[in-house]
Design a protein around this ligand. Structure first.
Ligand SMILES: Nc1ncnc2c1ncn2[C@@H]1O[C@H](COP(=O)(O)OP(=O)(O)O)[C@@H](O)[C@H]1O
Ligand SMILES: [Mg+2]
Length: 372
């Protein structure tokens, strides 16, 4: 054993995240379109910036890429600063790959030349890397074709191979799948995901589609008006949204109101816990249509209340539609004439006017104090 062995042997090294975005803000013409955005991405992890159009997702990504300058905050890769308010590493020196929606392959170059475009090294090394990547994206033998001979999905896979070729530490993807038709999209998403995981790339994926985020992301950062309003695993964001708008971003929601008395809210569906809300305050109880349970009407009576499902309330079917893997039933409720929605797996199409009883899973309800 060497006596001058490093002292740190056996001590876990605290490694910096692959990508860290720290308190980044971005201002255009005096308007702050990105505000104090922070997140971290580890190798092999997919972080999704999710939010409606115009909320600042692409601007955030462009700051990381180095094609936009922030007004405040910094970006770091493996502990090294890439940029802050006054300093910026040029885009090409960041070790970052980019894929955008309108990924343009060079039309006059072959598939192989497209993929080799950003590569350095000997001809044989480049050829080997191109062949390896073509195999990975299931396009072995396509090296000598030109882009116009390829379908949209094949072109997208070439774009992915091209972006991966120089082995970027970080991959930035801005709505990369939205130009593809639905049937192609699922397959390409899954293949892309697997490839990026295998390469150990840290990925930031921008999308406005919650399904895409749920399908692809390890972590979702939900953005609104330039800010991250909630961050977490897809499961957590879906099941514990921070507010009504966050809940509504992922599915239809139902909302009922109640007034708080001693930590509880009494509603027609029974009592709900409303911790940390002052007595007398009105709260909104939010639940998704898939967490509504339906029961048949038995001479004007519904099922007995249970601790799990609370008290049933009666409604009359207004409309029922088959949605593919589930049916969506809309009700006009007896108690206040308001509308509530329920989804039922498979085919369930009761006639308009049918009375049914609705109850709501307690553990699937979110209680929010109203805004403002
Ligand atoms: N170069 C620019 N100059 C002025 N305003 C811009 C510029 N780029 C984006 N914006 C504005 O910043 C806001 C956020 O845009 P963007 O980041 O593209 O949102 P998203 O990608 O979430 O749809 C929008 O209101 C947009 O109009
Ligand atoms: Mg955008």
């Amino acid at each position: 054993m060497r006596l001058d062995a490093p002292q740190t042997i056996g001590v876990k090294k605290a490694t910096a995240p692959r990508l860290e975005v720290r308190n980044v803000s971005c201002t255009f013409d005096g308007r702050e379109v990105v505000r104090n955005v922070s997140f971290q991405v580890e190798p092999g992890e997919i972080m999704c910036l999710l939010g409606p159009s115009g909320c600042g997702k692409s601007t955030t990504l462009r700051v990381v890429a180095g094609i936009e300058r922030q007004s405040a905050g910094s970006v770091h890769a493996d502990g090294k600063m890439l940029c802050n308010e006054v300093f910026a590493t040029p885009p090409e020196a960041r070790g970052v790959g980019l894929i955008f929606q309108d990924f343009a392959l060079f039309p006059h170059l072959t598939v192989g030349q497209n993929i080799a475009f950003g590569l350095k090294g000997s001809k044989s090394e480049m050829r080997a890397r191109v062949d390896e990547l073509l195999e990975r994206v299931d396009l072995a033998g396509y090296a000598d074709k030109t882009p116009h001979m390829l379908s949209g999905g094949e072109q997208q896979r070439v774009a992915l191979a091209r972006a991966l070729a120089p082995r970027p530490r970080i991959m930035l993807m801005d709505e990369p799948f939205s130009g593809l038709d639905n049937r192609l999209r699922d397959g390409i998403r899954d293949e892309t995901l697997q490839l990026l995981k295998e390469e150990g790339t840290a990925v930031v994926l921008v999308t406005h589609e919650p399904e895409e985020a749920m399908r692809m992301a390890d972590q979702i950062a939900l953005m609104r008006d330039g800010q991250i309003v909630q961050k977490g695993a897809p499961y957590n964001i879906y099941n514990a949204p921070c507010d009504k708008a966050a809940a509504a971003f992922f599915s239809d929601i139902n909302v009922i109101r109640g007034r708080v008395e001693g930590l509880l809210t009494n509603t027609v569906f029974g009592q709900f816990l409303a911790p940390a809300v002052a007595d007398g305050a009105e709260v909104e109880i939010v639940f998704r249509p898939q967490h509504v349970k339906l029961d048949f009407d038995r001479n004007g009576r519904g099922p007995n209340p249970t601790p799990q499902d609370g008290v049933p309330a009666r409604g009359v079917v207004e409309r029922a539609r088959f949605m593919g893997h589930e049916s969506l039933v809309e009700f006009r409720m007896d108690f206040d004439g308001g509308k509530l929605k329920a989804t039922v797996p498979g085919v369930f199409l009761p006639k308009p006017g049918t009375p049914l009883w609705l109850s709501v899973r307690r553990d699937r309800c979110f209680v929010f104090p109203p805004k403002g």
